[in-house]
Design a protein around this ligand. Structure first.
Ligand code: EAX
Length: 343
């Protein structure tokens, strides 16, 4: 029933986007001329794979208010949730050709566009949220976003997806060996796939948009995501066990198509940029709040939650992944990120 609803919503959203595009001629011309028509509101469409009650959606609603306020009503934001405009990789590609304005995407697919970004996906790299913020909001984070510019993608700010935890329908995961042989869906991200391989699992990359059905039909045994997603995407309906492994910190990049960004006035660009940075702060707080309250909600839904594991054991089991990626992302960069925890 739930899936049917999701599909219907997806079709509706796609339809209304079509209608918007069809009657949005004036707006489109304005942006392709590099001028924004005065007195008109330009609506930027932003796609996400997550649901309407997710941290992404709520954060973007607040971002929309900030954008309207800061641009004196010249810009507005319209959110398309539930992967109705495609998976994250599809949406990033749509940005490149200018057929979608914005996306809030985890780094899942981004290493495919700028390989250095893979560094943030290394297992157990960030010790805490604060460690991640220090790195992502500083020079390193800015450089990683700037690397995307060659790909016609303008990175506005780092938002948060959250620390990822593993769920499955077979058994409680208490130590790395418990993952042996389990088919775990990962994002379409090489570092993540190699990490789960190192743990002895059978990583199965797929788009988030296919994940609920894959879990429901037993195509995969488990998956890994932050608590707010496990809750708002209702994975507890199809997964019995959750272990708070926190194996990857998953940042989210708020991206805008370079074509679209270049078509804005300088004031509008500044409004969008400022709103993105303020929005990040708001959204990160939301993630922390949601994580805390949703763990007990997941227990109420009948999930068996393993809250404490020996993280060092998981860390040790995935150490080899650092050697595999040292050349690609640079050993220096890894070290700089690790050392930032003490700064
Ligand atoms: O960006 O695909 C995933 O598991 C991600 O966590 C999700 O799309 C949020």
């Amino acid at each position: 029933m739930k899936n049917v609803k999701k599909k219907v919503f997806g079709a509706f959203a796609a339809l209304s986007l079509g209608a918007l595009v069809a009657c949005g001629g004036a707006d489109q011309e304005a942006s392709s001329n590099g001028e924004a028509a005065s007195g008109e509101t330009k609506t930027l469409q932003v796609g996400i794979t997550l649901a309407e009650d997710s941290h992404y959606y709520k954060g973007l609603e607040h971002f929309g208010e900030l954008v309207e306020e800061k641009s004196d009503g010249e810009l507005a934001i319209e959110i398309f949730p539930n992967g109705s405009l495609g998976g994250e990789r599809d949406m990033v590609e749509s940005l490149q050709v200018g057929s979608l304005d914005m996306v809030l995407s985890s780094t899942g697919p981004l290493g495919g566009f700028a390989p250095e970004i893979n560094v943030v996906d290394l297992p157990f790299l960030f010790e805490s949220r604060e460690h991640a913020y220090k790195v992502l909001d500083g020079e390193i984070g800015q450089e990683l976003l700037t690397n995307l510019e060659d790909q016609s993608l303008k990175g506005l700010a780092w938002w948060e997806n959250g620390f990822r935890h593993v769920t499955n329908s077979e058994r409680a995961i208490e130590k790395p060996e418990d993952l042996k042989g389990l088919k775990i869906r990962t994002m379409e991200n090489n570092v993540h796939q190699d990490s789960f391989k190192a743990l002895g699992a059978d990583p199965t990359p797929m788009s988030f948009t296919e994940l609920f059905t894959a879990l429901q039909q037993g195509v995969v045994d488990g998956q890994e995501n932050p608590v707010p997603i496990i809750s708002t995407s209702r994975f507890y309906e199809v997964q019995d066990h959750l272990t708070l492994t926190g194996h990857f910190y998953s940042p989210a990049a708020l991206l805008v198509s370079s074509q679209v960004f270049d078509g804005l006035t300088e004031d509008q660009q500044q409004a969008l940029q400022e709103a993105a940075v303020e929005g990040a702060e708001y959204e990160r707080e939301l993630v922390a709040e949601m994580e805390e309250e949703m763990i007990s909600g997941l227990k109420d839904e009948g999930m068996n939650v393993v809250e404490e594991v020996d993280k060092k054991a998981f860390q040790k089991a995935t150490e080899s992944v650092y050697d595999e990626y040292a050349d690609q992302v640079g050993e220096d960069l890894i070290k700089k990120i690790q050392d930032a925890v003490n700064e």
